[in-house]
Design a binder for this molecule. Structure first.
Ligand code: GAR
Length: 195
């Protein structure tokens, strides 16, 4: 089974969806580590309930991004992690992790990139009055939500929908799309290794 790590900063509904899909045997992976940069984030309780080991840290306790990413990289390698999936991790990935996991870090973002990158993408789309938004899963590079797009799915924003309605619709899609993209990626990786 391919070992993966999940990175998150908040509530962790995507971590929950991935962990459920793994437990149901739908995603061919073992979640070897949850990395969280907010020691009081709800996602840590969700991980505990699934028996997923976690590492939480506060960036201010380190001298630099390089210092905390080196610690994370060491823990990932000790756990045998091959792929990293960001699930609401609200921090740019730096050169240490990017070079250790080149083309093996994937993110989910709640808009149709390249529209509305960065924070509060749902609020940005809602305020802009667009009628079509959605979800993007993409590889992570040094930019903010700029890496190669793997898959996207649309959500219609009908008049009368509140920001909360849009968020619910987006998250419902995320919870199906992310596990299915992870499965395709890991299956493709296994096929490549067989060759
Ligand atoms: C998700 O909607 C995810 O797409 C978004 O954070 C939310 C986390 O929710 N990520 C970003 O905005 C990354 N730029 P969750 O903690 O309930 O999974």
């Amino acid at each position: 089974m391919t070992k993966i790590a999940l990175f998150a900063s908040g509530s962790g509904s995507n971590v929950q969806a991935i962990a459920e899909a793994v437990a149901a045997g739908q995603v061919p992976a073992e979640i070897a580590l949850l990395v969280c940069d907010k020691p009081d984030a709800h996602v840590l309780q969700r991980a505990k309930a699934f028996g997923i080991p976690s590492f939480s840290f506060q960036s201010k306790q380190y001298e630099s991004k390089e210092a905390f990413e080196s610690e994370i990289a060491g823990r990932l390698q000790a756990a045998g992690v091959e792929f990293i999936f960001l699930a609401g991790y609200m921090r740019l990935i730096g050169p240490v992790l990017l070079s250790a996991y080149r083309n093996r870090i994937v993110n989910i973002h709640p808009s149709l990139l390249p529209a509305f990158p960065g924070k509060d993408a749902i609020g940005q789309a809602f305020d802009a009055g667009v009628k079509l938004s959605g979800v993007t899963v993409h590889f992570v590079d040094e930019g903010m939500d700029t890496g190669a797009i793997i898959d996207q799915e649309c959500v219609r924003i009908d008049s009368g929908m509140t920001r909360d309605d849009v968020q619910k619709a987006i998250q419902q899609i995320e919870h199906n799309l992310y596990p299915s993209v992870i499965t395709k990626l890991l299956n493709g990786h296994r096929e490549e290794q067989k060759r």
